[in-house]
Design a protein around this ligand. Structure first.
Ligand code: ZN
Length: 175
C-alpha cells in the first residue's frame, strides 16, 4: 500500500516541527547563525555523477551544500566514485538511493521485507561505506514506500551506527 499525496503532505506537516527541532543535528542545512534569509534545499537523485560534478563547479561560488542521492553505486566507474568522494569532501551529503533503485511497494508484493533490506538497503550501504562514503540518509526510489518500510527503516539498527530518527516524505535520516 503506497501513501497517497494527501497523506504524504499530512505526514510532512506533522513532521515539519521535528525537522525544525532537529535542524541543528542535520548539518549543512540549517545555519542558525543567519537570520533574515530564506533557503532552498536541493537534492539530486540517481547516478549522474559527471553532471553533479559540473553543477558543483558552477554553484560552489555560492558555498552551496546539497544532497546527492546515489543508486547502483557498484556500477559507477572509478572516476565517478572519485568525483563523488570529492563532492563529499566539499561538504555535500551523499545519501543512499538504493542498491537496485527498486519500487519498494511493488517489490514487496512478491518479496519479503528481509529481501528488501538485504537487496536494496544493506548492499547499497555496504558498497558505499566500504569505499569511504559516509551515509546518513536513505531516499526511496520513485518515492515508493509503505507503512511497513517506514517502520522497518525507522526501527532499523545498524552495528556501530545510530538508527534512523527522522522520516521526511521520501527521505529517511540516520542520526
Ligand atoms: Zn531515483
Amino acid at each position: 500500500m503506497e501513501f497517497n499525496n494527501i497523506y504524504n503532505f499530512a505526514v510532512f506537516l506533522i513532521l515539519l516541527p521535528l525537522l525544525l527541532i532537529n535542524c541543528g543535528l542535520i548539518n549543512n542545512y540549517c545555519d542558525t547563525g543567519a537570520s533574515g534569509y530564506g533557503a532552498i534545499v536541493f537534492t539530486f537523485d540517481d547516478k549522474y555523477i559527471q553532471e553533479w560534478f559540473q553543477a558543483n563547479s558552477i554553484f560552489s561560488k555560492y558555498d552551496w551544500k546539497t544532497t546527492f542521492c546515489v543508486t547502483k553505486y557498484g556500477t559507477l566507474s572509478d572516476d565517478e566514485k572519485q568525483k563523488l568522494m570529492t563532492l563529499q569532501n566539499n561538504g555535500h551529503e551523499i545519501a543512499s538511493h538504493g542498491n537496485k533503485h527498486l519500487r519498494a511497494a511493488e517489490y514487496l508484493s512478491a518479496h519479503t521485507m528481509e529481501d528488501y533490506i538485504n537487496e536494496e538497503i544493506l548492499l547499497s550501504l555496504s558498497s558505499m561505506e566500504d569505499e569511504g562514503i559516509d551515509i546518513s540518509s536513505f531516499v526511496y526510489p520513485y518515492g515508493s514506500r509503505t507503512v511497513e518500510t517506514d517502520l522497518t527503516l525507522f526501527n532499523f539498527k545498524r552495528i556501530n551506527r545510530l538508527q534512523f530518527k527522522l522520516i521526511l516524505m521520501h527521505l529517511i535520516y540516520f542520526l
